[in-house]
Design a protein around this ligand. Sequence first.
Ligand code: BES
Ligand code: ZN
Ligand code: ZN
Length: 502
Amino acid sequence: MKITLQRGRLETFTSESAVAFHFEGDEKLQRDTAAMDRASGGLISEIIQSGDFKGELYQPSLIYTKETIPAKRILLMGLGKRSDFNVDKWRGGASRAAQFLRDKGVKEFSLCPYLRGERKISLEDFSQGLVEGIYLGLYQFTEFKTEERDKIKEVEQVHLVTPDEKRISHIQKAVDTAEIISKAVYLTRDLVSRPANRKTPSMLAQIAEDVAKNNGLRWKTLNLDEMKKLGMETLLAVAAGSREPATFIILEYKPPTSGLDTVVVIGKAITFDSGGLSLKPSENMDKMKHDMGGGAAAIGIIQAASQLKLPLHLTALIPATENLPSGSAYRPGDILKSLSGKTIEVISTDAEGRLILADALAYAQRFKPKAIIDLATLTGACIIALGENVTGMMGNDDELKARVGRAADRTGEKVWELPLWEEYEEQIKSEIADIKNVGGRPAGTITAGTFLKKFVGEYPWVHLDIAGPVWADKDKPYIPKGATGVGVRLVVQLLREWKGNL
Ligand code: BES
Ligand code: ZN
Ligand code: ZN
């Protein structure tokens, strides 16, 4: 799909369909909508007056223009009540319009990238939001469909049309940014959607290498010997039950400017989590291919950061392995020595995420980062606590957490903080080792966070538990059901606004 920006007016622009927006309860039409209404001899006001179209949130209505204007159709898209309007609804409106036209078989359409006269949202935010909405909403995972591929409907061309010549370069910049971010989300969604047999830890390393080569990143994967030598026993223990070797992927985006802040992003990449010997029930086990959503997000984030040329030194660390039961698997009761030197008693082999993250968190300290951000599908308990749409946030630095909160508000990726009070440490004390990997049922997400905290040292750190939002069971306005790519837009926004010390 191509999205191009040009100067012009929607009412005189030739396309298969123009898109016009309308707020519920508004007496007056939106400026672009009004211009199209006038040019078409009142086709839009007619349908509103008839009561068939009210402008309710995401209500569509298709009008055939019968050559009154050069666009063959006008898709009217409702945005709900003006007083409830925000960028997230705008993304949703753009997405729902694009999806509606795609499903009708329309391959090309035109729209204005912002609402003229609506001052609550900046021109840049409007334009970025619209392009993100279109891309994210039109995502489809079709890699493995070999039959009836001609039935897959796709939009080929979107024309962004604006009469505003003076600010066209600002708009173009926002469009470019949205495109980079959306493509990073696509990459992450593709990786998460793919089944475990098509994304083994070695394949993931290969994909990371391709991303690195295409974007001028430094790239390294630690092999088994290197991991053994370093003492990454927790990662190797989780991998022991699988015939697929673990990989520890390191991607580095380092612009030539000196003195830039270093940020490390860590992503849990269990390419399949069967639970190991603490085997999960078979119902829904297929979903556990998404247990590498954090790692996939880390790859997307570093791709976007480098393409946006952010003034930062960013490192992505991705410990990748399967978690399978076998004669060589690690066992409940085993004691492991992590890279940090701490010993861990394994209570459940299904609490494997925190084990591989322990080694990655210890490794992150080599970079002396200004911040460490980890993303992980870590606990089912997080879904119980916050629901499927919300990322659980924990951390040791108030300013860093506040920045994540602001990025969440801007991107619409919901984040809610859970506490890491000292008293939770009681639950993960081991009788015979330094710490154990399970703290019982109460506050399961927090005890996992408390476990991680033991491995970050003094560095500012935030942990994002994305177990809920990594996968959508139902379609949402601009997130089709399936892999969501959660975390990419959030962390990229955080990094775009990065400034100085915490
Ligand atoms: N990958 C799972 C967490 C998960 C569950 C993510 C459901 C997404 C949906 C993780 O490795 C795990 O199995 N956690 C256990 C921890 C328990 C053994 C303390 C869990 O949540 O049950
Ligand atoms: Zn598990
Ligand atoms: Zn897991």
